[in-house]
Design a protein around this ligand. Sequence first.
Ligand SMILES: *Cc1c(COP(=O)(O)O)cnc(C)c1O
Length: 357
Amino acid sequence: MKLHNFNAGPSALPAEVIEQAAQALHNFNNSGLSLLEIGHRTPLFVPVMEEARQLVRELMQLDADHEVLLLHGGATLQFLQVPTNLLDPNGVASYTETGTWSIKAIKEASLLGKVSIAGSSAHDNFTSIPSSLEIDPRSAYLHITTNETIAGTQWHRIPYDCNCPLVADMSSDILSRSLDFNRFDLIYAGAQKNLGAAGVCLVVVNKNCLGKTSRTIPSFLDYQLHIKEGSMLNTPPVFAVYVLLLTLRWIKANGGVATMGKNNQQKATLLYETLERIPLVSLPVKKEDRSQMNAVFLIKDAALEKEFAAAAKAEGMIGIEGHRSVGGFRVSLYNAISLASVQTLTDFINEFARKKI
Ligand SMILES: *Cc1c(COP(=O)(O)O)cnc(C)c1O
């Protein structure tokens, strides 16, 4: 049976990426050696790092002020690394509070300075995105989580005109749609949703906002040092960097970010329109704030939930249970998910609903 992998993260990758990664484990670029047993500063690996960073630059159409880093520690380390570099010990940073991930970012930033909440959707249990923001004029930066992976919300109007540097956690929607990436001062994204394998985190930073804090920054947390060392301050996560490179090549070969955006919109529209037509189902997220990446829905009759989950599994639909903290269902529609897989899923949902009438 063909499996349709709707996991939230780590999540589906293009089949050809998996195949090429497997090949590189056996014999990397006909060297006779595994990718895992070559030095990271050798002529075999250095071009991998260079091409990966260059492809990010190209796909995001970055200007010369923006630097591309591939770091360890996931998005979770960025919760700490961002304020370490951008927030003075006596300074203020503005954060939007839109769900689990932004709350974690706020917690870490609070250890390093004052956090001002510029907007929150806590009042409606994180089923919307704040429609207006109140930004402290002293803010070192404004932080948003462009896609809340667990709540299933997404910013569709980016607050570019916030009058301070704009920082974004894009872990679950990076390269899934066209944005004006140069208008962000810092973007970070763990790779394991839209960019490849776990173990590497993409950071894009405008170098003009660095070097301003009075804080003493430990070496490993210092973006300027990572820039100087070309993302090789220490041994990079070589396998994850290679899978990232393969995924970036796949995105480019398949039309780039704009085409990803068009496909993702089509997939999300098909799924949400199907769910809207089915009386068994409710959609908790405010319509205009729904995520194109993570569609969250509930089966109204709790007794049917288990049956729906089991039937989906039996048909090869993997990973559609909601996050353990919220329950219900969540279908992740990252770049590597094809429209055909979404069609198979919506056919299944329609069929399930028909039998229950
Ligand atoms: C998955 C996720 C994270 C955590 O990423 P790690 O790489 O596991 O640290 C952070 N933010 C968002 C929005 C996520 O989806």
